[in-house]
Design a protein around this ligand. Sequence first.
Ligand code: C2E
Ligand code: CA
Ligand code: CA
Ligand code: CA
Length: 275
Amino acid sequence: AKQSGRCCYKFYCDSMNAKAALRLQLEQDLRSALSSGAILPFYQPQICAQNGRMVSVEALVRWIQPQGRMIGPDEFIPIAEETGLIIELGKQVLQQSCHQASVWMKNGNPIRVAVNVSAHQFKQSDFTDLVKQTLEEYQLPASLLELELTESVIMSDAEENISRLKELKAIGVTLAVDDFGTGYSSLSYLKRFPIDILKIDRSFMCDINSAPDDIAIVDAILALASSLNLGVIAEGIEYSEQITILKSTNNLLLQGYLFSRPVAAEYITLDRARL
Ligand code: C2E
Ligand code: CA
Ligand code: CA
Ligand code: CA
């Protein structure tokens, strides 16, 4: 038994080392990808439920490998968060997104771009300055930039975050709460946050046919948004039936594979704006 114990321990140890080596390799690769421009956002349309027009897109980051293989954010955002590379990554995505929105605007296609902001980034003392400078650099009106913060980021250190959100709001950007409904938002706090939009988490939209609980939560979010006068984005729309339970909502945007997957910037055209 002792023998096999030692053997197992050694095996465990080796596989730990292998894992650590892999992570280190991944960190190095990510670092060089960031300096070579291999990390770039795709864009997913957000459609006005009332007139079918694309009013905005969400920037969703991708890692394009030399062989053309594409890696999704779930595979490298966690490492970027752990290593602090998320600061540089987030900055690049913000710059690329503002540049792209500015190009669209100059082509007569003023589409708002929504950028995901990680907790790390949001807590940097110069984040508001970065946003301000980036808008200036690309001559993008603040009304064409939206920042998505998750409910858990906003609700941690609530008091501190209110002032950060107020700074951002003062610039004129749109503020959206991502993954809404998955955390523990205190409703009284919500009223005090200068936010514009609630994004209903995809998990509530998934089995809208079979899960009455999900429908109840969606209904509650819609009622909340309406009474606080907030816009709503429903993400993860894959079937038209999912839209029927949202129908009577004002100020509603729809996002999901039913309309489009996230695509490279060149596929976002005026044609798509008339879906
Ligand atoms: P998220 O912000 O909740 O983004 C929505 C995710 O749902 C995206 O996955 C999107 O491709 C996917 N999605 C959109 N419509 C549908 C649909 O109809 N069905 C299904 N099944 N999925 C749909 P993606 O692109 O893999 O991004 C995953 C997560 O990575 C994002 O979740 C976000 O948390 C994070 N992320 C992406 N880009 C960035 C970024 O630039 N910065 C930071 N900090 N995080 C990012
Ligand atoms: Ca998001
Ligand atoms: Ca989301
Ligand atoms: Ca999510």
